[in-house]
Design a protein around this ligand. Sequence first.
Ligand code: PGA
Length: 229
Amino acid sequence: MIFAANFKTNHTRATTQTYIQELNQKIEATSTPNDIYIFPPATALNKFDTKATVGTQNAYPSKNGAYTGEIGVDQLDEFAIKTILIGHSERREHLRESQEIVAEKFSFFLNEGFEIIYCIGEPLEIREQGDKAVMEYLLAQFEGIDTTYENLIIAYEPIWAIGTGRSATVEEIASTHKALRASVTKPLLYGGSAKPANIKEIISIDNVDGVLVGSASLNVESFFEMVTT
Ligand code: PGA
């Protein structure tokens, strides 16, 4: 199983350092076989000595250059970071990343050999129109995306379940992951209010290969409780 922690705009360089030290102790103590990923904010990226994979939440599709406020591959190389989140709904919405921009980023980081966690998800008004509308919406988010890329993990995150405390139901996750499985053979994560209280039922759903966790990952105890459930 894959357990990925997305800190978003939370934690500092100092608290990320402490978090990873505590995580390392827990990994040592339990020798968990699960794959753990941590996505700290860009200012906290570093060369960590850890069994967890540390990735970036975002980067600009360039090695370097005149892209004020962005980081590129040179800045990631400094810390040997080769894993990136692309297509998160918060970037699509707040940073106005269109499918075209997302696809361009995807191709660039694919060519750089990065491991990509590619996020897709539908808004509530689409979910309310039923399964067919949901699948149409999700498959459109594969436009321009090479879903056969060997270093790819997909994260299905219904937007209405992100940060709301309201996870999708077991039936909703099961039917969506089953339908996605028909189009992609890559590991499929679920994301959206995954937490210690519901992790057991989420990871026992067919075609769920792990979770992408926001809020419940911010505290290392809570995150690791999920990893070892
Ligand atoms: P959440 O966020 O766990 O706080 O719902 C998940 C995500 O956006 O990756």
